[in-house]
Structure formats: C-alpha cells, structure tokens
Design a binder for this molecule. Sequence first.
Ligand SMILES: C[S@@+](CC[C@H](N)C(=O)[O-])C[C@H]1O[C@@H](n2cnc3c(N)ncnc32)[C@H](O)[C@@H]1O
Length: 210
Amino acid sequence: MSAALERLGRRFARFVTTSVVAWPGLWRLLRRPLLSQFQRLAPVWDQRRGPETLIPLGAALDRLDTPPQRIVDLGTGTGAAARVVARRFPEATVVGVDLAPRMVEEARALLPGDLAGRVRYEVGDASSLGVDPGAFDLVVLLNMIPFFEELTRVTAPGGTVIFAFSSGPETPIYVPTEKLRERLEPLGFAGFEEVAAGPGTAVLARRLEP
Ligand SMILES: C[S@@+](CC[C@H](N)C(=O)[O-])C[C@H]1O[C@@H](n2cnc3c(N)ncnc32)[C@H](O)[C@@H]1O
C-alpha cells in the first residue's frame, strides 16, 4: 500500500472515531466503509504491529485490583490484546470481537493451541454485541472506537473498562481522556486512572456497583 493511501486511511479512521463518539447514529453510515478498510488491512495487520503497541495495555492491566474472569476485547483485529489478557489471567475466558471477518480469520490462525480452550474470536459489532447485560468483568479496547452505551451494558457492576491507545494521541483511533470521562461518568463509571507507558497511553474506568 502506498504511503499516501495509508495516510488517508489513518485520517479516515480518525474521522470515523471523532464522528461516532460525537454522534453515535452516524455509525450506520460509516460502518461499511470502515469495514472495507479493515478487511483490506487484515492480511498485513499483525506483521505491522510490534510488541511496543501492547505496552500501554500491559501497564493498565497492572492496575487491576482483582483478576477478571470474563473478558472481552472489542475491535480485537488480529487478536493480540485478547492473547495478552489471556496470558495475564490464566483463569479467565476471553472473547475477541471484530467487525471484519478477515481480521477474525487471522486472529484464529494466530491463536496458540494452549489458549484455544479459553480464548475465542467472533465476528460482531461492538455497537450491539448480543450478549447478556453485565456479561464481562473486563472490557478491553485497544485502538478501538468506543460505543459507550453498549460497553456500559455489557460491563458487570464493579467491572473495569480499559481504553488503550498504542501511540497515545497520535493513534488514528484515539479519544482524549476528558472525553472518555465526560461520556462515562453519566453512565455510572468512576475511579478513572490514566496511564502513560512506552509510546502510548491508557485509561481505566470502573463501573460503579448499583
Ligand atoms: C485500529 S484496529 C485495532 C485492532 C487491534 N485492537 C489492535 O490494536 O491491533 C481497529 C479494529 O476494530 C475493528 N472495529 C471497528 N469498528 C468495530 C465495531 N463496531 N465492532 C467491532 N470491531 C470493530 C476493525 O475491524 C479493526 O480490526
């Protein structure tokens, strides 16, 4: 892919993120072109991602008080974050969800046999997951657009959401901490923590018990 095309793709991802965070209803229009973009990127995605892209997520996981049992990685791509959390929490079951079937195929191919019993990858849309309310103790988004209503619905009371951005504010899919806070507080989140680690940043938010 040419450098110009790649720059355009990054700008488009930023445009979709900003638009959907401000007006979630726009997802209906932007879903299809974003899906095409990530379907195209799937075969090369994993080889472009170095270990440094996972550093902020690792630092955020260090801040968890109790090991989560049920974890979802939204916008899993080729599945790296799901594998990291599964290694970190050997008792947990993990599901990685992605809109792009080709990303899910790659993630499945990269899953080592010893994780196969408790990590699975599924095609799905993070704006409407079709799982029970409170299904997860930990919701992870690594470089992923947040759909606030749905991620609140699926986070168990007392559970945590981690938003990690591999290159901090330079990440194409990036949401500033103040914006995350502004959107999540009215939905019942508190205990925000911001972490800077390696080339990136992460934010933890805890869903209050009723
Ligand atoms: C920037 S990539 C990040 C992939 C992976 N988390 C990583 O950091 O390597 C964003 C991913 O989110 C997926 N995605 C975008 N919108 C989504 C949605 N509404 N539901 C599920 N996945 C979505 C894309 O298909 C893409 O694989």
